[in-house]
Design a protein around this ligand. Structure first.
Ligand code: DX5
Ligand code: ZN
Length: 212
């Protein structure tokens, strides 16, 4: 089982004072999860590579591209300083090619599946990727309830790929994280639970305790 990691999703951060906001999260974050939304693949807009370029941190940035034509943006995110670039199986026209492009630029590559997408859609690329992200809400917005029906997908992937980083994103709190952990996830993306907490440090610590 790979290392357990807590990844605050910075969708709910203060983008007017982003570096200052992220500094307070650094001591208890293993990864910063950056949600990139194009208003087409998902019905919401967020930030692009120029914002990622402005982030000053030593914490690795996982860029979750919820965009159509992810291949068009891979270079920009690699140049902007992404550690991992995650593309959606539903959006990529050629997953193998996109994964190879990400890795050739020196980044880790991840593939993401929506709640309705079966593992069979990504089976062929699972041996190529550095991370697989199983969405536990329909992407587009923070604050949605966790969909427990995705857990069997995590179980299947963990059974077949014992060393792969498996992340889970959407509706993560202490309770749902422990379900995902039991299924085999090791990276826990949490937006509202950490960012909207009165004490984000305490929330992250509780989350870590629940999955350790
Ligand atoms: C949803 C995003 C998530 C989101 C998670 O489309 O991919 O990363 O920020 O937010 P919570 O934890 O509030 O569900
Ligand atoms: Zn995300």
């Amino acid at each position: 089982m790979p290392k357990i990691k807590i990844a605050p999703s910075i969708l709910g951060a203060d983008y007017g004072d982003l570096n200052h906001d992220l500094q307070r999260l650094e001591p208890f974050s293993d990864i910063f999860h950056v949600d990139v939304m194009d208003g087409n693949f998902v019905p919401n807009l967020s930030v692009g590579a120029p914002v990622v370029r402005c982030i000053k941190t030593t914490i690795p940035l996982d860029c979750h591209l919820m965009v159509l034509h992810p291949d068009r943006y891979i270079e920009a995110f690699a140049e902007a300083g992404a550690h991992t670039i995650l593309i959606h199986a539903e959006a990529s026209k050629n997953m193998k090619k996109d994964i190879e492009k990400i890795q050739s630029l020196g980044c880790d590559a991840g593939v993401v599946i929506n709640p309705a997408t079966p593992v069979s859609k990504i089976e062929k690329v699972l041996s190529l990727v550095d991370q697989v992200l199983v969405m536990s809400v329909n992407p587009g917005f923070g604050g949605q309830p966790f969909m427990a029906e995705v857990l069997p997908k995590i179980t299947w992937i963990r059974e077949h790929y014992p060393n792969l980083d498996i992340s889970v994103d959407g509706g993560i709190d202490e309770k749902t994280a422990s379900y995902a952990r039991a299924a085999g996830a090791n990276i826990f993306v949490a937006g509202s639970y950490i960012l909207k907490a009165d004490d984000p440090k305490k929330a992250a610590e509780k989350l870590r305790k629940a999955v350790q």
